[in-house]
Design a binder for this molecule. Sequence first.
Ligand code: MN
Length: 197
Amino acid sequence: MQTTSIRHTMPTLLYGLGDLAPQISEETMRYHYGKHLATYLNNLNALIPGTKYETMTLEDIVRRADGAIFNNAAQAWNHIFYFATLSPNPKSTPTGVLGGAINREFGSFDNFKTTFLAAGTAIFGSGWVWFAKDKHSRLSILPMQGADNPMCEGLTPLLTLDVWEHAYYIDFRNRRAEALAAAWERIDWRIVEERFR
Ligand code: MN
């Protein structure tokens, strides 16, 4: 029988694996991008043939699936989104409409940063700390466990940092707060601003 499954493929990074150092080392990127993300995509591609998910986009699978298919699809989506947010030459603060909205809803960008990093540090176990907007462009910070994603709650993700130990244990061992503060320095706010539009 002919297969019609979509094959979900590795994203192309806009930077080299060593270009985010010293905040995120080349060794971490070789494992995180080259092995962890690749494994989620391989698992997903093995799970979906013969299911209703085999012709869906990755986003649609994340919104509709549960169990192992959800976990692998969401982890793939989350990592692709996370790696696409980082840059060797990031814009370090948001300006324009997003900068104004953050100041209105969080008091200041510094207060937003403190709140976001604290929320990520406090997640129990593995997860992701998200910054998202609703359909009225209201902003929120969402600490989520496992593979969970704000799209499942009808929100639009703007930014995320990974708090699974595999994201930081090579470079920072158990020091999650330091790892998040370092990764923060690689967030390109140009990209977050584009997502807010
Ligand atoms: Mn990860």
